[in-house]
Write a protein of this length. Structure first.
Length: 542
């Protein structure tokens, strides 16, 4: 069965059925605010860190597939309830199309004389996800319909949100002003950030409590409020805060109307948290909402996003006799490299975003694929990675992108990790000619009192191999080399024990030919770098 096709002209993959084998995912965002979105609008959003700043809730390993949460829309047309993305209502559509593009997704669905198209994207320099919704009456009769929106708030820490129910059921908190629903859980106690979901039109009603919206025994496919055609104006106090708007829409035959929904994130300084007692300071949110107050403003932001991606993809292109190769090299491989740079392996349909952060090895490797596209951010990423390095030249295997600190739960001692930093830095300098990066004062373990030039970090990476040799003169593997499966705790007889070991149980015996090969190649790169940057003594030693 064919599920879609490539549209090379628009740089999109077009999905022609909602019933794909698995949810087919696109990634939105390019700086700090990111979202995963499936071809039926499932997925979630987060700010910088999928674990520590999860904005909306999503349930992995859910039954049925991809009904674990998303940015959902429902239409009630005289009691006939359906969703433009097919899910979650799952009413069969007369027409369906999803276009996954460069940093955006467009989903169109038609049913019963109504066509609804939604464009989802994260504008540049904006901590928000825009949903431009266009509703058109394709029938020859006047239509009076209800449009319902829905997102479910995550209580910020995704791990805690899925485990600490006795506490979380008491903490959820919202605030409603006009057509904006604010999520402010823990804002009063210990947080300086909140989220909001707005629409640029008057609303007929709202819900911010999940049970009021869904009903006690209903699911996302048949919410009580949508079936009734009326919101309950519920205000969440604990339990499960959500954000849902209800819009009443009248359309003449052939008439179309557009609406702008904005899912955003705001941080305030401690001094500017409050507008008045227990009323959050909404200034930044209101400025953001005003900036995207109409379809024309949204279209301009969407065009800017398109120009951004055109510029990125223009840095390198191939023209051959093989259409498929050109497509992959010029569009999708480069797009994938940028997505991987942004998220590493931290969040995907198969990585929940709560079990790991950004990989040290992974992120250094990823840099090789995007440094030509966006070298200034490659430079920033190198300094972030080197700042998690340890004084002995080793490194944390992972770090959290929000705090940029090493992940203690995983720790270090993956003995190939330090060498990848050398490879990333040499690739950056080859691409840019910017050897001033070697002079940047960079901390060890994010301790500014232990800062040394980046060049010293590279030296310690090199020496880490020399200082950790086994009985045959080959590098010790530590917990694992590039093949993390060597670290699997296969022979444990302890139920519930981590599949990864936490220490190098083998001590000073197990060696790695992989790291030895890396050292020969990367060591030569290091020696050339030292020679070219005026350090012949270190070059000779290497």
């Amino acid at each position: 069965m064919q599920y879609g096709y490539f549209d090379d002209r628009n740089k999109e993959y077009v999905i022609t059925t909602p019933k794909t084998p698995y949810p087919w995912i696109n990634y939105l965002g390019s700086q700090e605010y990111f979202s995963m979105i499936s071809n039926t609008a499932g997925g979630y959003s987060f700010y910088k860190d999928a674990k520590l700043r999860r904005i909306t809730r999503y349930r992995y390993n859910n039954v049925p597939l991809d009904l674990g949460g998303g940015r959902y829309y429902y239409i009630n047309d005289g009691g006939d309830v359906w969703s433009p993305g097919w899910a979650p209502a799952k009413k069969e559509l007369e027409n369906y199309e999803c276009r996954h593009g460069m940093g955006y997704t467009k989903i169109t669905g038609a049913h019963g004389g109504i066509e609804t198209g939604i464009t989802f994207f994260v504008p540049l320099n904006t901590n928000a996800e825009v949903h431009k919704v266009v509703v058109k009456n394709t029938s020859n009769q006047k239509k009076r319909i209800k449009l319902f929106s829905f997102v479910e708030w995550c209580l910020w820490n995704a791990w805690d949100d899925q485990t600490n129910f006795q506490r979380n059921y008491n903490t959820g908190e919202v605030e409603i002003k006009g057509s904006v629903i604010y999520h402010k859980t823990e804002y009063k106690e210990r947080r300086n950030h909140y989220a909001f979901f707005s629409v640029n039109a008057p609303i007929a009603g709202f819900d911010s409590d999940r049970e009021s919206f869904l009903g006690t025994y209903n699911g996302f496919e048949n919410p009580q409020a949508v079936l009734a055609g009326k919101s309950n104006n519920s205000v969440a106090d604990g339990w499960h805060p959500i954000a849902s708007h209800c819009l009443e829409i009248e359309l003449e035959p052939g008439e179309a109307r557009d609406y702008v929904f904005l899912l955003g994130y705001v941080e305030n300084s401690q001094e500017e948290k409050w507008e008045s007692k227990n009323v959050i300071n909404k200034k930044k949110a209101e400025e953001m909402i005003k900036r995207f107050s109409d379809a024309e403003a949204v279209d301009r932001a969407f065009a800017e996003l398109g120009e951004y991606w055109e510029q990125l993809l223009s840095k390198y292109s191939v023209h051959s006799s093989e259409e498929k190769m050109d497509r992959m090299v010029n569009i999708w491989n480069q797009y994938q490299c940028m997505v991987t740079f942004n998220l590493s392996r931290s969040a995907s349909y198969f990585e929940s975003g709560i079990g790991r952060g950004m990989g040290f090895r992974d992120s250094n490797q990823d840099l090789l694929g995007f440094v030509h596209q966006i070298p200034d951010r490659a430079r920033e990423r190198i300094i972030d990675l080197a700042s998690t390095q340890l004084e002995d030249g080793g490194a944390y295997h992972q770090y959290q992108p929000l705090t940029k600190k090493g992940n203690d739960e995983i720790g270090g001692d993956f003995n190939d990790d330090p060498l990848w930093l050398i490879l990333a830095v040499t690739a950056y300098i080859k691409e840019t000619g910017d050897d001033s990066i070697l002079d940047v004062m960079t901390p060890f373990d994010n301790d500014e009192s232990k800062s040394t030039p980046l060049s010293d970090h590279l030296k310690r990476s090199f020496d880490h191999v020399i200082n950790n040799l086994g009985p045959h003169g080959l590098p010790l593997i530590g917990r694992a080399d590039w093949n993390d499966c060597l670290n699997l705790n296969c022979f444990s007889t302890e139920p519930g024990e981590s599949f990864q070991t936490t220490t190098s149980k083998d001590g000073k015996v197990a060696e790695s030919v992989m790291i030895a090969g890396m050292f020969c190649y990367i060591g030569e790169e290091y020696a050339v770098l030292m020679e070219k940057t005026g350090n012949p003594a270190e070059a000779k030693r290497a």
